[in-house]
Design a protein around this ligand. Structure first.
Ligand code: GDP
Length: 295
């Protein structure tokens, strides 16, 4: 995960570690390399520039050059800033509703159905919850089948209505079914499109209005780089979602999405997907991710 970025940041910070005498010039050089590493990892240029400007300010404020171990202090400053950029604290999901309704949004192929299953499985095993999965993708019969297969795998009931082509009605019926049958979490899987389009946005906005979810989660494929950030912005403008799910972090992603999403939409990344299996879900810990990136 993020091997390339890790390598580049490691090299950038080595400039500092390698010098006996640390001067303002090599601090500046290091930060330039850090910025380059971030941009190479698909972080938007402005975000990367602001990032290094903040680290520089802190370095000056803490008089890094006069400190005992300036190299280590710089690494710490970069790590702290990276943690902050990715969200600072861990963000939970609201499970206080009776039932709690969790609405999934995102483009087709982003990993919504897979993540819906993973989250249901996570809630059953870690939080002893009783979730219901609701299939609202009325356009692709295969999508409904896929959710049923996922439900069978993890032994979680799936609510669907194959004859019905109104996703709003299905979502409402799903919540009613959950209330009547003692489910305390409802996870609504919705249809995506290959790109942002108005019909999709209107549909998800209507479902959102009809079921007033406790949590609206935006699922995005981390491999899509800067596009992930643009898509997040488009969905957030319509849904004002509560959190981001970053999928496919097990792949060869450059990491830019993980680093920039929070600063663009100001919403936390809540979970990450790290594989196709139902167990491949992790709570997102910004500081652990920063540790991982900086090795
Ligand atoms: P949806 O169209 O948004 O519902 O997306 P799907 O859940 O069908 O996922 C699209 C593809 O991505 C499927 O082949 C999934 O197995 C795969 N996928 C989903 N999440 C992950 C992940 O975290 N890692 C990997 N490697 N593949 C994933």
């Amino acid at each position: 995960m993020f091997d390339n970025l890790s390598d580049k940041l490691d090299k950038a910070l080595h400039i500092l570690k390698g010098h006996g005498q640390i001067t303002e010039i090599n601090v500046a050089e290091t930060l330039k390399e850090v910025r380059r590493a971030l941009v190479d990892a698909d972080v938007n240029y402005k975000i990367a520039k602001d990032f290094t400007a903040r680290v520089k300010e802190k370095a000056l404020g803490q008089d890094v050059l006069k400190s005992l171990k300036p190299g280590q202090l710089m690494v710490k400053l970069v790590k702290d800033e990276l943690t902050e950029l990715m969200g600072g604290d861990v963000a939970g999901v609201d499970l206080s509703g009776t039932p709690s309704v969790i609405l999934m949004s995102g483009l087709q192929g982003s990993g919504k159905t897979t993540f819906s299953g993973k989250l249901a499985n996570f809630l059953v095993t870690k939080k002893t919850k009783k979730p219901l999965l609701v299939a609202c993708d009325v356009y692709r019969p295969a999508a409904i089948d896929q959710l049923h297969i996922v439900g069978e795998q993890i032994n979680v009931e799936v609510f669907s209505d194959r004859g019905n082509n109104d996703p709003v009605a299905i979502a409402k019926a799903g919540v009613a079914h959950a209330k009547a049958n003692g489910f305390n979490v409802v996870i609504i899987d919705t249809a995506g499109r290959l790109a942002v389009d108005e019909a999709m946005m209107t549909e998800i906005a209507n479902i959102h209005k009809a079921v007033t979810p406790n949590e609206t989660l935006f699922v995005v494929d981390s491999m899509t780089g800067q596009d992930a950030v643009n898509t997040a912005k488009a969905f957030n403008d319509v849904l004002n979602f509560d959190g981001v799910i970053l999928t496919k972090l097990d792949g060869d992603t450059r990491g830019g999405a993980a680093i920039s999403i929070k600063s663009v939409v100001n919403k936390p990344i809540k979970f990450i997907g790290t594989g196709e299996k139902m167990e491949a879900i992790d709570v997102f810990y910004p500081s652990r991710m920063a540790d991982r990136i900086l090795g």
